[in-house]
Every structure is written in C-alpha cells, then in structure tokens.
Design a protein around this ligand. Structure first.
Ligand code: F6R
Length: 248
C-alpha cells in the first residue's frame, strides 16, 4: 500500500483536499459528474473544512459532484445531533453548492423489512453512475472501513450490520453512554469500496498506529477489513507521523 506520511493532520488534509478538488475540476472540464464516496467521524473533518474553504475562497464548485456516504447508524433520525446526515450537512453539504438530490446518506429511518431493498438500490445508483471515482475512508481501531467490522467479507454488500463493542465504546461519548449508543448501522459493503477507482484512507494519531501497521504490513484477512485494501490497485494511506510511528 502506498503510504504518505505528513507532519500533521492539517497539512495532510490539505493535500487530500487538493487531490479531490483537482478531480472535481478535471471532471468539470470533461463535463462529467464526479462521484465521491464520503466518510464521517473525526478523520475527514479537516478535509471537509478545506473543501469548504476552497469553495468559499477559490471558487471550487460542487455542481457536478454526486456523493454517497459510507454509513449511518440504525435506527437514526436525520435531524438527531448524532446522525451522519447532520454531520455531513453541517461540515460540508450545506456549505457548498452541491445540488440537493446529489448527495446520498444511508437512511436510518427505514423499517427493518425495507432495508434489504434500500441497500440494493443504493448500490444500483452507484453502478448506474459508473461507480465511485474516489472513496474517502477513515479506519476504526479494529480495522473497520465504513462499518464493515472484523469478519466482513471482501465481497460483502451494502447491508445492516451489528457494531462491534469497541466501535460502540468509541462512539459512546457522542451518545452520552454506551446504553444510548446504537447497536446497528447500515454500511456500504467492502465490495463497492474495493470497486472505487481511487481510495484515500486517512488516519491521525498514535491511537491508530497499531491498526495502520496491521492493515498495511500484516496479512490480508477479514479480521482486519482495511487489509483488503492491499489488493486495491489505486489506494493511498494518508497518515500523520504519529499514526506512522509503528511502521517498519
Ligand atoms: C465513518 C466510518 C468509520 C470511521 C472510523 C474512524 O463514516 O465509516 O469507518 O471512518 O470509525 O473514525 P474516526 O475518524 O472518528 O477515528
């Protein structure tokens, strides 16, 4: 895996934003849509802040951008403080000129019976657009990508998943306690992530150093879903010095 180490997450996020802005502009000159797969969590916050800055100060337009988020808690109301809909609107979507209808975030309000069809349709929409041009990822301490937890298969589809205990503990601060933290989520499957034409995984801090080592230098195993990316032909891990500290 191509790994690029930056002094800190700030400079790293700016570099990722530059690559994405260049792709959006290239697609604009080709009069094509730019299909982006997006993540939530703390890791892409600096990226979204920089993209918003580029929109406001450098005239970067998102009118040709179509986005698909990786995941959403289930159940989850879109207007809840902890929803990924709210996260994406506040940090990016409401701050740029993306057309309403051009962003997609898994729906946390569906009935259980409706989820399977919804997930199939989510993937069909991505396929109809020719696939994801670029997928942004964070990584869980257990190696999850999206909410594809340990044990997820490389050909897994978009689906309802049970969250690992460690994932729920990591999220429990936001939900004021484990008892209020969702047990399930809807996630894009590993297969669609692997089909993205370009993948950029971001990780910051010492706390991610062990899993970055395992994902890039360890065996490809479904115990560490991020290790599947070793088999992707156009992936980069953009990390800071602390996250790189255990690499050989
Ligand atoms: C979020 C997602 C997750 C996070 C991961 C890391 O949409 O898909 O896989 O990327 O849990 O979270 P942070 O960035 O908060 O450390």
């Amino acid at each position: 895996i191509d790994t690029v180490v930056f002094e800190n997450s700030f400079t790293a996020s700016k570099a990722v934003a530059k690559e994405i802005a260049d792709l959006i502009r290239k697609k604009q000159t080709q009069e094509q849509p730019c299909i982006l797969g997006l993540a939530t969590g703390s890791s892409p916050k600096g990226l979204y802040a920089e993209l918003v800055r580029m929109h406001k100060e450098d005239g970067l337009s998102f009118k040709n951008v179509i986005t698909f988020n990786l995941d959403e808690y289930y159940p989850m109301q879109p207007d809840s403080v902890n929803s990924y809909v709210r996260f994406m609107k506040e940090l990016l979507l409401d701050q740029v000129d993306i057309l309403s209808g051009n962003y997609h975030i898994p729906d946390g309000t569906l009935s259980k019976e409706a989820i399977a069809d919804y997930c199939r349709d989510y993937e069909a929409k991505i396929e109809a657009l020719g696939g994801l041009d670029l997928q942004v990822l964070g990584i869980g301490g257990n190696g999850h990508i999206g909410f594809n937890e340990s044990g997820s298969l490389q050909n897994s589809k978009t689906r309802l998943v049970a969250l690992d205990h460690i994932t729920r503990v990591a999220a429990s601060g936001d939900f004021s306690g484990l008892i209020n933290t969702p047990r399930t989520a809807i996630t894009l499957g590993v297969k669609k992530i692997m089909e993205a034409k370009r993948v950029i995984l971001m990780a910051w801090g010492e706390g991610k150093s062990s899993i970055i080592k395992a994902s890039t230098e360890g065996p490809v195993t479904n115990q560490v879903p991020a290790s599947f990316l070793q088999e992707h032909n156009n992936v980069v891990f953009v990390i800071d010095k602390a996250a790189a500290s255990k690499l050989t």
